[in-house]
Design a protein around this ligand. Structure first.
Ligand code: SF4
Length: 313
């Protein structure tokens, strides 16, 4: 008889879907039910392959150029938000639009516009080419916002009027890395203003904090999430920085090489904010087939935040 090795999985919470992702997915489902397929969605509604494949099967069509959406079909904007000119173009084309931009992304847009109206030059901390960053940059005329990604970029910043500067950030950044950049900004520009409340969202912060508390106890760490998911990638970085070098991003259980975990006693497991928990449970099942596992739920528990569906449905 084969005796299975014993392993412990530390199942971290909070993990998985945040309120903005739940709202965005529910929005597409509601629009599909109300209008029937196909429903067009600008950009992947959230960055998760499983979610996208599921919605495609229900009749959602994901596009990048809104001109690819027929005039008589509804168009949904993704949770990441879009530039103002895209909203204006859709209005001019008389498209039926439902905006599923996460309210916490909209909050950053509103704050950037407020600073602009008060004649501030705005610095956006974020990742170049990420759709959320494109959307935030696109709230204001070209040149109104300067994008920076790291500490080197701070050193290269030069402004004529250093008294009228403000910064905002992408919502899904590393809390610790962003703090370093903000500290450097404040040191270089002591008068710089910030949003009254954090721009990095509650879901990003909570998932990173929970991993920080437990990664050092783990021999290896798995974050379930897609490669293009900013918040999922940040969780892997946080696990590594918090003491678990062997931390990886995993799309789903099919990509799990169970042999890699033979010599590991304690495995941490979490997931990004766009990941349905079924994908995490699939990973646990695959471990259970190979090993005798004890799953221990740790962390701060699930969140109790929800957002109303957008207007228009
Ligand atoms: S990760 Fe944060 S900002 Fe992004 S959708 Fe979720 S709650 Fe909104």
């Amino acid at each position: 008889m084969n005796i299975k090795e014993n392993k412990q999985i530390l199942l971290i919470s909070p993990r998985g879907f945040c309120a903005g992702v739940t709202r965005a997915i529910d929005t597409v489902v509601e629009v599909l039910e109300k209008f029937g397929p196909p429903v067009y969605v600008k950009h992947e509604i959230v960055h998760n392959k499983h979610v996208i494949d599921d919605l495609k099967a229900k009749g959602a069509i994901f596009i990048e150029d809104i001109n690819d959406a027929p005039i008589d079909k509804p168009l949904v904007f993704s949770a990441h938000g879009v530039a103002k000119n895209i909203i204006d173009t859709a209005k001019q084309m008389n498209k039926y639009v439902v905006d599923a931009t996460c309210p916490l992304v909209t909050k950053v847009h509103v704050q950037a516009i407020k600073f602009y109206n008060l004649n501030y030059k705005i610095i956006l901390i974020g990742h170049k080419n990420h759709p959320e960053v494109e959307g935030t940059l696109g709230q204001l005329p070209a040149g109104a916002i300067v994008l920076i990604e790291n500490l080197d970029d701070v050193q290269n910043l030069k402004f004529e009027n250093e008294d009228k500067l403000a910064y905002v950030t992408q919502t899904t950044l590393s809390v610790d890395d962003t703090k370093e950049i903000i500290d450097a900004l404040k040191k270089k520009f002591p008068h710089i203003k910030s949003s009254p409340k954090e721009d990095i969202c509650y879901a990003t912060t909570n998932r990173q904090n929970a991993i920080k508390d437990y990664a050092h106890e783990c021999d290896s760490f798995i974050v379930v999430g897609s490669k293009n998911s900013s918040n999922s990638n940040r969780l892997v970085e946080v696990a590594k920085k918090s003491g678990c070098d062997l931390s990886v991003l995993l799309e789903n259980a099919n990509n799990l090489n169970i042999d890699n975990y033979k010599n590991h006693q304690t495995i941490g497991l979490s997931s990004g904010a766009s990941v349905p928990d079924i994908l995490v449970q699939d990973v646990i099942s695959k471990f259970r087939e190979a090993f005798e596992i004890n799953v221990k739920e740790v962390g701060a528990g699930e969140e109790n935040i929800s957002f109303k569906l957008p207007r228009g449905i």
